[in-house]
Design a protein around this ligand. Structure first.
Ligand SMILES: Cc1cc2nc3c(=O)[nH]c(=O)nc-3n(C[C@H](O)[C@H](O)[C@H](O)COP(=O)(O)OP(=O)(O)OC[C@H]3O[C@@H](n4cnc5c(N)ncnc54)[C@H](O)[C@@H]3O)c2cc1C
Length: 525
């Protein structure tokens, strides 16, 4: 017999093999010896009551029914002699576009401005230890894009847009822990991601795809509204049947190129604010209702949201047991972001706390009435302001949380995971007023929801500005740019996705359209 059951259990039963087995047997009214295998299909933590529990969806195999694990496989084809598709950017969108090309019989040619993952590690080390930024190889640029040294949280609200399971299985196929297929908050970790990205590269190459690193695209040549070729910073040309633009939300130069060419761009709302850092033990205490984190429970996470007037204020990319890192792409601009290792093993929890920025908020930064780049100017202005207030060298402005709320300077700062160092600053003085106002109000609300959240043991560190793009590269219903029929804006830089999984799904959807386009034209004739 094979039965599926939903069950809520305490850790002491779930993590004790004998007790777990007995509990399931009792549930099914059978002897434990009749159980062959218990497969966990889904699991999540329920921290609402005093005793934290695990919510499980199980498939139980008894008597003659045996479990055989699913073999994950993909129908990648040798594309060596297939029509080339140019993909700019090797982030999650670019890499998943390339894998989708292998399934569709298209040859991916990836052009990436940054370095491969192992060389990129050196540039990141230079930034962390010496404050030296390589504008083409950093936390955002290079093989794997902003996804490589990210955090690898793989939860998404994009379930309706495509097959999240396929994306997760692709990660498992390339070396991620199989538990990401069952956890409600799947996570890979910055320590594991580089190897997985390298494995994805090897799959692309094995089936005939090509990757060029240190290859920045600086121009796109179009004739009769058709993409013909791209030009790189070193003067090389690459031609293809279609162009996938997967350059991410930090590639200001790509938006500037579109603007110069007069190709359609649109401004869009985004969110900006700070990153907050608490001792992880404090977050554990609040979420698990105990003084010490109970055995078997992971570093606690949280997700907060509120409305202040007409603005949303919400936590973003929360990293339990994580680190705050400098995610700048410009040597005089400061951007912070968060990451964590697979074991969530630092003593601190961090999260972005960001406020909605509407297009009207950045109109004063527009060069003209319909300036699509006004949001970028706004973003850059505040990133520069934070860089200068920190005192340069990627030292980050910071303020203790109660001091921020009381608008008084912090005389000393707490220890932090941010290696470049912190500078005590009145954060209200350097944030846009509407963001400072909304954050301050929201912190009282968040403290009501999580008692003890508002504390001087926590501090605000900024600037958190790369939540999503303030610019959209528009697409028609066939996912093509309205001005260029075989140019496909894709991933986070297009403004149509946010995060690793949704960018991967977007890329898969885009390649299905590219395949239709190629079939409609003469390429497969
Ligand atoms: C520190 C950090 C932590 C994060 N944590 C998470 C997380 O836990 N979960 C999550 O879902 N998301 C996370 N994110 C966000 C996530 O990484 C992005 O949403 C995702 O990477 C977007 O994918 P993308 O491929 O669209 O763009 P990107 O990842 O930005 O990739 C774009 C690529 O294009 C390249 N490129 C740009 N311009 C050019 C050019 N002109 N020529 C050639 N190449 C070019 C860039 O070098 C880059 O490699 C994090 C981001 C950061 C920085």
């Amino acid at each position: 017999m094979i039965v599926e059951k939903d069950l809520t259990l305490t850790s002491d039963i779930y993590f004790n093999a004998d007790k777990f087995h007995d509990c399931i047997a009792e549930l099914l009214h059978i002897e434990p010896v009749h159980i062959n295998h218990i497969e966990v299909l889904k699991r999540s933590i329920d921290g609402r009551s005093k005793i934290v529990k695990w919510q499980l969806k199980l498939r139980i195999f008894t008597d003659n029914d045996r479990f055989s694990p699913e073999q994950i496989a993909f129908s990648y084809r040798d594309v060596t002699h297939c029509p080339p598709v140019i993909i700019v950017g090797a982030g999650p969108a670019g890499l998943f576009a390339a894998l989708a090309c292998l399934e569709q019989g298209l040859k991916p040619v990836i052009l990436e401005r940054g370095k491969d993952v192992s060389q990129r590690k050196h540039d990141i080390a230079q930034l962390s230890t010496k404050g030296v930024l390589n504008p083409d190889s950093n936390y955002c640029f290079g093989e794997g894009g902003a996804g490589t040294f990210s955090d690898g949280k793989l939860y998404t609200r994009s379930n309706k847009r495509g097959d999240v399971g396929k994306v997760l299985k692709t990660f498992v196929f390339h070396g991620a822990d199989v538990n990401i297929l069952v956890d409600s908050t799947p996570h890979i970790g910055s320590d594991k991601l580089p190897q997985i990205i390298q494995n994805i590269r090897e799959t692309i190459q094995k089936y005939g795809g090509i990757l060029h690193f240190d290859t920045k695209v600086t121009d796109i040549l179009v004739s009769h509204q058709q993409f013909e070729k791209v030009v790189t910073a070193t003067g090389q040309f690459f031609a293809g049947t279609a162009l996938i633009l997967a350059t991410g939300h930090s590639a200001d130069d790509m938006y500037a190129l579109f603007d110069r060419k007069g190709w359609a761009l649109e401004s869009k709302p985004f969110a900006m604010g700070v990153r907050v850092e608490h001792p992880q033990a404090l977050i554990d205490r609040i979420q698990y209702h105990t003084t010490l984190r109970p055995a078997f429970l992971p570093a606690a996470r949280y997700m907060l949201a509120t409305q202040i007037g007409d603005r949303g204020v919400f936590s973003f990319c929360m990293c339990p047991g994580g680190l705050i890192v400098p995610a700048s792409t410009h040597p005089q601009q400061l951007v912070v972001n968060g990451m964590s290792n697979s074991s969530h093993n630092s003593d601190y929890a961090n999260a972005g706390l960001v406020v909605t920025v509407n297009t009207s908020d950045y109109q004063p930064f527009a060069r003209h009435k319909e300036d699509p780049l006004a949001g970028l100017t706004f973003r850059d202005t505040f990133e520069r302001r934070f860089f200068e207030s920190g005192g340069g060298n990627f030292h980050a402005p910071a303020q203790k949380m109660c001091d921020f709320v009381n608008k008084k300077p912090s005389r000393a700062l707490n220890n932090s995971t941010y290696h470049r160092g912190l500078t005590a600053v009145n954060i209200h003085g350097i944030l846009p007023d509407f963001i400072g106002f909304a954050l301050r109000k929201a912190l009282f609300d968040f403290d009501d929801k999580m008692h003890g959240y508002l504390t001087n043991d926590a501090q605000l560190i900024g600037l958190e500005s790369r939540t999503s793009s303030p610019v959209r590269i528009p697409r028609n219903e066939r996912l093509q740019h309205p001005d260029i029929s075989n140019l496909y804006p894709c991933g986070e830089g297009s403004g149509y996705s946010g995060g690793i999984v949704s960018s991967a799904i977007d890329a898969i959807n885009v390649i299905l359209e590219v395949s239709k386009y190629c079939n409609d034209t003469t390429y497969f004739a």
